[in-house]
Design a protein around this ligand. Sequence first.
Ligand code: ZN
Length: 174
Amino acid sequence: MSILPIIQPDNPVLRKKAVRVTTFDDKKFQQLIDDMVETLIAAPGVGLAAPQVAVSQRLIVVRLPDASEEDRQEYGPLAGVVHVFANPKIIKASKEMVKGVEGCLSLPGYLGEVERHKSVVVTGQDRQGKDIRIKADGWFARVFQHEIDHLEGVLFTDRTEKVWRSDGDEKDEA
Ligand code: ZN
């Protein structure tokens, strides 16, 4: 496994619409998933989309932190679990919207306040190509929406005017 470089907006791949994953039984694809998970954990971040590592494919990995007792209390059984979604699609979204602060591994040092659906239902395929479906709520729902935006070439800064510089070392970037 290896840690992949995370690209920034000067690389046009980040702004491209990514293509569907059609082949799962492929060494390179499986390697990409392993590398993305390793890159996400090393960053550390909560979500990573393939375009962020310069691969224009519809693939995301999501992993909420589990480093501290506090994280485990906040995220419960979701803490630290790796979710791999190929071709993720939001099939249902709550009418209720919530504002929250987001960062992005491709825009290090910036935070913004973004309005997202409070909960979403996401379908897609797992790493073997089997159909999967998940209901995500709160922070977890926010990360899915952020990552799926990456597959359309959309960054969180496109969705808000409230962006500011952060000097802290964020662990919640996606
Ligand atoms: Zn991001």
